[in-house]
Design a protein. Structure first.
Length: 140
């Protein structure tokens, strides 16, 4: 999952960097497991999702179900997602910008599509969680 980026964060401790990347990995794992509660646990509100020309602001945890559309995603032929790479490109002790790429596959393992994205991961009450996601993936 290593990818060389021209922007290397030097502010975040190694432990925090590992924790930031782990929340991204957990997010992808909960999508693959179709685990709504686990998926919600990787995010913090207010949560922002930017996709193409759409901006969705979710003010509270009850609204997170609006973006956990596993059934809608499966209706596209999707079976699972792989995190191709993820890099912390900017950070301080409370916020990290993570550039990443994920790919979607069907049940036979055929590649459907890949998207580069930018996630904003924040530290709240000592825990890292995703607060914003921007990608060129359609809002599903």
């Amino acid at each position: 999952m290593e990818h060389t980026s021209p922007f290397v964060s030097r502010v975040l401790s190694d432990d925090d960097r590992d924790a930031v990347l782990e929340v991204i990995r957990r997010y992808v794992a909960t999508v693959n497991d179709r685990d709504r509660e686990g998926n919600r646990a990787t995010m913090v509100c207010p949560h922002v999702r930017l996709a193409n020309d759409e901006v969705l602001v979710i003010p509270d945890r009850d609204g997170l179900d609006r973006i956990s559309g596993f059934d809608r995603l499966a209706s596209t032929g999707w079976h699972h997602t792989d995190l191709d790479w993820a890099d912390v490109i900017q950070s301080d002790e409370r916020k990290a910008h993570v550039a990443l790429q994920f790919s979607r596959y069907d049940a036979d393992g055929r590649h459907l599509v890949s998207f580069e994205s930018l996630y904003v991961v924040v530290k709240r009450d000592g825990e890292w969680a995703i607060q914003a996601r921007s990608s060129f993936a359609p809002m599903v």
